[in-house]
Design a protein. Structure first.
Length: 129
């Protein structure tokens, strides 16, 4: 078994755990661009002390490249747990991350997210110029 055997995928319109990658309408090589990655775009993901998204990571593999680059990671720490116990406060972190990157060639973005109950999820999005 490898970690790849544990990664789940699906269409984000059918499954609330799949990270959604959003790119600008026009991407230009070598120019900064904002990439938004979120979980729960079409079907909201619960965000409670008992059930939440822990983190989102973003990777980029250039077309024809051998390896993927880790572009960044966002951790989500507030899930309604306070000093008075679970769900005792109304402070929650929504699982959305914004990455600003410069890419110099076409390739593929891979986003991963981790749900504390349902495990590791992945999606991908092509980048072209």
């Amino acid at each position: 078994m490898s970690i790849g055997d544990l990664v789940k995928t699906d269409d984000f319109k059918n499954e609330k755990h799949v990270p959604v990658i959003e790119l600008p309408a026009i991407c230009t090589a070598g120019e900064p661009m904002e990439i938004k990655v979120s979980v729960g775009k079409e079907i909201p993901h619960p965000n409670t002390t008992a059930h939440f998204i822990c983190w989102i990571s973003l990777f980029y593999k250039p077309e024809g490249g051998k390896f993927a680059y880790n572009l960044g990671r966002s951790d989500f720490s507030a899930h309604g747990a306070g000093t008075e116990g679970p769900d005792s406060i109304t402070v929650y972190t929504e699982p959305t991350a914004l990455f600003k990157v410069k890419l110099d060639q076409p390739g593929t973005l891979f986003a991963t997210s981790y749900c504390n109950i349902h495990g590791l999820w992945e999606s991908q999005q092509a980048v072209s110029f």
